[in-house]
Design a protein around this ligand. Sequence first.
Ligand code: NAP
Length: 285
Amino acid sequence: MSETPARLAGVVGWPIAHSLSPRLHAHWLAEYHIDGFYVPLAVRREDFGGVCRALAKCGFRGVNVTVPHKEAALAFAHETDAAAKQAGAANLLLFGADGRIEARNTDSHGLVASLEESLGENALRGTTVALLGAGGAARAAIFALEGLGAAKIMILNRNRGRADTMASALQPQLAARLSVLSDADWPAARGGVSILINATSGGMRGSAPLSFSLEALPADAVVCDLVYNPVETELLKDARRRGHRTIDGMGMLIHQAAPAFEAFFGTRPNLGEGLRRLLVEAIGG
Ligand code: NAP
């Protein structure tokens, strides 16, 4: 006798209790009356491969992958999409019925969609961007900005050597010009900036604050924070006080989750305003 089990998916990370993905997917599962479950899975670094193999064997369609497994996920897969190859990391693993595992990355897509939603389609074409950070989110942001036609991306990171390494590795794949700035270079460079994007964990709940001054940023520059917990970070509060237009990280979070939901459960979800409210309430924002 064959079974027709509920569709299963989840998110794998360590720690995982803070993840908003289970709420997001549960909301869509209920909205579309899908017989499925999306569960948070606390998995230590050393257990990642074994757990994924077991999940695939017990019928999971796939998992989202978060810190600290994004690089390991890429190495673990048989196939990799272009976005994951570019980013050097995956946030989505899909388990095929034939035992093959595909790695994808939807973070760049999420940021492109969020920026286009807030600013319109061609708003960043030919612009100069200041990007804070040199981790996975910064890499995803660079490919998002490339896709949006940014001309110049100036990178600032606490650990400058890490930014230099990232810029050298990514520049050959890009039309946009990357440069790495030190804090001392910033005052002379900030005059040409159209948008400043924080892709560091600075300011995230539980992390150290971000120490960065928005002083003398052009009045019409947009300030975007990829951190979504809290939704209104100190950086965004400061930007608002100075009269800058702001974009928070919740839009990217929702947009990066939509293609994962479609891959797991077969339906492209609706991204209504109610969803954003639900997530903001979930983090007490
Ligand atoms: P990561 O790979 O660990 O990189 C962390 C980055 O933040 C590094 O550049 C690090 O600098 C920097 N950093 C950490 N604490 C800092 C501080 N107090 N001040 C200044 N810089 C600091 O992490 P990630 O995956 O890139 O994630 C970064 C942030 O993006 C997280 O808050 C994450 O939640 C957010 N994110 C949001 C979305 C979304 O959908 N909205 C998606 C992905 C990520 P060093 O190199 O000097 O250590």
